[in-house]
Design a binder for this molecule. Structure first.
Ligand code: DCP
Ligand code: MG
Length: 409
């Protein structure tokens, strides 16, 4: 029995180990904005900016027509309005983006079970085992792009390479609607001219220190002696040298894009009132818990994020005794974390408040049925009623009492 399984596994093993892997990275173009243009055709070809519309909102994304004006993700919305006043400004509709994301991911899974979602609009695919079925890697890449376009009405940029690192860089170099292959023989030609900050982990702090050593490009890093870079890159020097040579042996790990779910809000004015802050936290717990339940998930850790008017941000996390997706259980933990912070910041106003969950697990896992649930039967029943009403009447159909109070004030 065991022997036959081994033989079978050998036959089934994708060509990965004998030859190189075939990795595809797909990233949707201006994702939120493109979905808005899809649903409202009059927006097509126009500058469209999606993000928070309040006085302190930030840009989630902008259509390529708006990017020409210098608008990009994470820019304060007030600045985006100055840069491109004639743009269409739209509040995000995450539920709708999730629907489109699910359509795109369903297409990925027709080509390979090895799909690793990184976010709603981005995934790695290992198609090493699919080559005989669908054609060579470039053909599969083109086919995926075509099917996304035909079936979802959206465009994607696709990178093809023999590892994740190169595939991800490749999908980015010809955006939007790009299709770029990194030839394994021409890895240095591809990487060498790129700035060092294209390497994962080299950011605003490290790049200037490398620059001081005369290292601006990946090529210059690749040719550097490890003793030169060690004072800056420390025990990660080897890792970065490997990346600079285009080496990366991480596998595509199939899994869901949501490793965490969170909700946060920047208030229009700083808020110091405890009741109002707790009401906001309750609303967030409700939204996060509902998303968990909708995806059949439970979380093991709750995180609260608090930013004060001086932009000092703290996050506080704690694990639950057992996984949960109950609004009240998540809220109780978030409230406890918040109250703990408040003990030492008694009257400090809050600029941003957020809560999130991580350590996500399938709610159907057997230990959850019989396990040590923190949520009472009654609370689970209430959640179910809320979910069904919200499904019929939209997200704000029904909210907990405390949330209601905040909405009225
Ligand atoms: N997003 C966000 N806040 C950010 C960055 C992104 O809310 N700071 C959201 C909006 C994006 C989506 O995530 O539409 C995907 O992020 P990408 O970085 O892939 O950006 P886009 O898909 O919008 O544009 P691109 O064409 O550059 O991929
Ligand atoms: Mg994208």
């Amino acid at each position: 029995m065991i022997i036959s399984w081994c033989v079978h596994a050998d036959i089934m093993r994708p060509m990965a180990e004998s030859t190189q892997r075939a990795i595809i990275h797909v990233d949707m173009d201006a994702f939120y904005a493109s979905v808005e243009c899809l649903d409202e055709p009059s927006l097509r070809g126009q500058p469209v900016i999606v993000g928070g519309l309040g006085p302190r909102g930030v840009v989630a994304t902008a259509s390529y027509e708006a990017r020409v004006f210098g608008v990009h993700s994470a820019l304060p919305m007030s600045r985006a309005r100055r840069l491109c006043p004639r743009a269409h400004f739209i509040r995000p509709r995450i539920a709708r983006y999730r629907e489109k994301s699910a359509e795109v991911f369903a297409i990925f899974r027709e080509f390979t079970p090895l799909v690793e979602g990184l976010s709603l609009d981005e995934a790695f695919l290992d198609v090493s085992g699919s080559l005989k079925l669908f054609g060579n890697q470039a053909e599969i890449g083109a086919l995926i792009k075509q099917r996304i376009q035909q079936e979802t009405g959206l465009t994607a940029s696709v990178g093809l390479a023999h590892n994740k690192f190169l595939a991800k860089l490749a999908s980015d170099v010809q955006k939007p609607d790009g299709l770029v292959t990194v030839d394994p023989q021409k890895v240095h030609a591809f990487l060498d001219p790129m700035p060092v900050k294209r390497l994962w982990g080299i950011g605003k702090r490290t790049a200037p220190r490398l620059k001081a050593l005369g290292i601006l490009t990946i090529g210059q890093l690749r040719r550097s002696d490890i003793s030169i870079i060690k004072p800056v890159l420390g025990n990660r020097s080897d890792h970065f040298l490997r990346l600079s040579r285009g080496e990366d042996d991480r596998e595509v790990k199939p899994g869901r894009p949501d490793k965490s779910i969170s909700h946060e809000v920047t208030f229009d004015r700083d808020l110091a009132d405890r009741t109002e802050l707790l009401a906001e936290l309750q609303r967030q717990a409700e939204s996060v818990a509902r998303r968990l339940r909708a995806q059949g998930l439970m979380a093991s850790t709750v995180t609260v994020k608090i930013r004060d008017p001086g932009f000092h941000t703290v996050t506080r996390s704690r694990s639950l005794r057992a996984c949960s997706n109950s609004t009240q259980t998540l809220y109780r933990m978030a409230r406890a974390l918040f109250e703990k912070w408040r003990e030492s910041h008694r009257t400090k106003p809050v600029r941003l408040l957020g809560m999130g969950v991580s350590g996500l697990e399938n709610a159907q896992a057997p230990d959850h049925d019989t396990g040590d649930r923190l949520d009472s039967r009654g609370e689970q029943d209430i959640d179910r009623v809320f979910d069904s009403i919200n499904q019929r009447y939209g997200d704000a159909g029904i909210v907990h009492g405390q949330t209601m109070r905040r909405k009225k004030t």
